[in-house]
Design a binder for this molecule. Structure first.
Ligand code: ZN
Length: 221
């Protein structure tokens, strides 16, 4: 691991010390940073992207750290990637979420990659350890918003998208399993199969046949 990445990791661990994830498991926040950095590296990210992955939430969540602080410690390039990944906290939450969708297509490659890793980690957390007080609707709205951002990113390696959508499917199924009815769970299962078939390149006709086959099978039960 390069010195730069080591320094970024150490800095992020110090700044986020004592913070926890929103999920019921109350994981230390650094578990999320470690995951985002690992995914960024696995999907081909270079030194700057991996360092930015460690630092991606420091300006947003660790005041008074500013973009200028990061620039003086880690250089302009890394500070600028982190700035691309930092929401303007003076805006209302709904507006911030809308802006993430709107700004996604304009991200640099490095910011795109870290964003994909961040959303993959967050959607995975909704499957594994959702916040205890989130309703079914809230969990579903969250993963579908994450998908809206991800599908607009200009740079997203296939391996990363595959992992994001795998976790998306699991999060949707787990949400219905925890909070929905059996019928909703079954429908979600069918949607997952349909989406997978589409992603694997199946034609509309093929997908229609598969879905019909399932439904006939269900009626024969
Ligand atoms: Zn994050």
């Amino acid at each position: 691991m390069s010195d730069l990445i080591k320094r970024a990791e150490r800095f992020a661990r110090e700044r986020h010390a004592g913070q926890f994830r929103k999920g019921a498991a109350q994981e230390p926040y650094t578990v999320h940073l470690e995951e985002v950095a690992n995914l960024t590296e696995r999907w081909g990210g270079g030194e700057n992207a991996i360092a930015a992955a460690w630092l991606h939430d420091t300006v947003e969540d660790c005041p008074p750290i500013s973009s200028a602080d990061l620039a003086s410690l880690f250089g302009d390039e890394i500070a600028s990637i982190v700035a691309e990944l930092t929401d303007d906290k003076s805006l209302p939450k709904a507006e911030r979420k809308r802006k993430q969708v709107e700004n996604a297509p304009h991200k640099s490659n490095d910011a795109s990659l870290v964003k994909l890793a961040d959303k993959t980690s967050n959607v995975g957390a909704i499957g594994k350890s959702p916040p205890a007080d989130w309703s079914l609707e809230r969990r579903l709205a969250y993963i579908s918003w994450a998908d809206e951002v991800v599908e607009r990113l200009p740079f997203a390696p296939k391996e990363g998208l595959d992992e994001f959508y795998k976790r998306y499917d699991i999060a949707e199924l787990d949400t219905y399993d925890d909070l929905g009815t059996i019928r909703q769970g079954e429908n979600a299962g069918l949607r997952v199969i349909e989406r997978r078939a589409k992603r694997l390149g199946a034609s509309d006709e093929k997908i229609r046949q598969i879905m019909l086959g399932f439904m006939e099978g269900a009626f024969q039960k």
